[in-house]
Design a protein around this ligand. Structure first.
Ligand SMILES: CC(C)(COP(=O)(O)OP(=O)(O)OC[C@H]1O[C@@H](n2cnc3c(N)ncnc32)[C@H](O)[C@@H]1OP(=O)(O)O)[C@@H](O)C(=O)NCCC(=O)NCCS
Length: 304
């Protein structure tokens, strides 16, 4: 989960994958104010209309709407997130319109037919991801999670360390071969963590975020922010969770998540959500902790 987070999860879920963007539980999204090549209204039946994010419409040369989406920026590119093809618009026609109207953009969608048509026309898949959410109103965290056991008795605390202390572990947790390996330099990793801590990436850091400490050393982190939009595809969001990869720390990530779920329940947050890249075994940890799969999507880069 790192880099800006938006996963386009279909109606039934959402995420982003960092072949090129170091990201774990999110993609690095920066909301955009100015629509490009799109108009800013919505369309009847749009399943994403309830996300509280402004929707934009892309039209073909005849002025007929072909697609709606939320607008942000991903790694410097304009990004059509949560893209939804208008019913009865042929996927190939939609793809042809998008390649002309959104040249060089990123686009996330759960629409397999549209993704396939875009890929056939030269779009590159940069992430295939799955969205998860635990509804804390329907399924509050149990009291036992107020003091989760940790594998080696490590101390779980609030986030009381700087980006400098958290960043080296972030690089260690996403080694080459990990589906979310970023290829970041230490400086880039530090900047990423600094932006998360400062609330610059996906909303302000929430107090249910936590660290695992071994003495004075950070051996795990769970960073939760308040994304724009509402659950399960916005709202309280696990933007990062990672631990020291050495086997003796196994279970530490789940302990930090239990703590976050408990504190979120106490704070009356509606849900905790996240996105995980396809192929990341962390997915099973989330399922064991009661996160429900709410959708899957692909993020594509459209040719310039
Ligand atoms: C996600 C994470 C915090 C979970 O921590 P945890 O609760 O301690 O859980 P573990 O890492 O022990 O186990 C998670 C699963 O990954 C598997 N796993 C862990 N390390 C692995 C490795 N190097 N290679 C393959 N599988 C691995 C475990 O066997 C386990 O699978 P299981 O559920 O079938 O038993 C931790 O795996 C991590 O830091 N991963 C790297 C960063 C990451 O991917 N973060 C999540 C982004 S969405």
């Amino acid at each position: 989960m790192s880099s800006s987070s938006s996963t386009s999860a279909p109606r039934s879920s959402r995420t982003s994958s960092p072949a090129s963007s170091g990201a774990g539980c999110h993609e690095n999204a920066t909301p955009r104010d100015e629509p490009m090549n799109t108009s800013d209204t919505t369309h009847p039946g749009d399943p994403w209309a309830g996300t509280e994010l402004p929707r934009h419409i892309v039209r073909d040369a005849a002025g007929a709407p072909v697609l709606t989406h939320a607008l942000s920026t991903r790694e410097g590119r304009p990004w059509a997130d949560l893209a939804w093809r208008i019913p009865h618009v042929d996927a190939t026609h939609c793809a042809d319109v998008l390649l002309a109207a959104l040249r060089g953009w990123a686009l996330s969608t759960d629409d397999e037919a549209l993704a396939g048509a875009l890929i056939a026309r030269g779009a590159r898949v940069v992430r295939h991801a799955h969205s998860y959410s635990r509804d804390l109103r329907a399924a509050p965290a149990p009291v036992a999670w107020s003091t989760p056991e940790t594998p080696g008795g490590y101390q779980l605390t609030a986030v009381n360390r700087s980006a400098e202390a958290l960043a080296p572990l972030l690089l260690k947790a996403y080694p080459p071969g990990h589906p979310d390996h970023s290829g970041w330099t230490p400086e880039e990793a530090r900047n990423e963590v600094a932006r998360i801590l400062a609330g610059e990436l996906l909303g302000p850091l929430l107090p249910c975020s936590g660290l695992a400490l071994e003495g004075d050393t950070v051996v795990g982190a769970c960073l939760v922010t308040l994304r724009e939009g509402s659950p399960p595809h916005g709202g309280p969001w696990v933007i990062e969770v990672y631990r020291n990869p050495a086997p003796r720390y196994a279970g530490l990530g789940a302990a930090l998540l239990r703590r976050a779920l408990w504190l979120s329940t106490q704070a009356e947050l509606p849900a905790l959500s996240l996105v995980v890249s396809d192929g990341n075994p962390a997915r099973r940890v989330y399922e064991r902790l009661g996160f429900q799969h709410v959708g899957s999507s692909r993020t594509l880069e459209l040719p310039t």
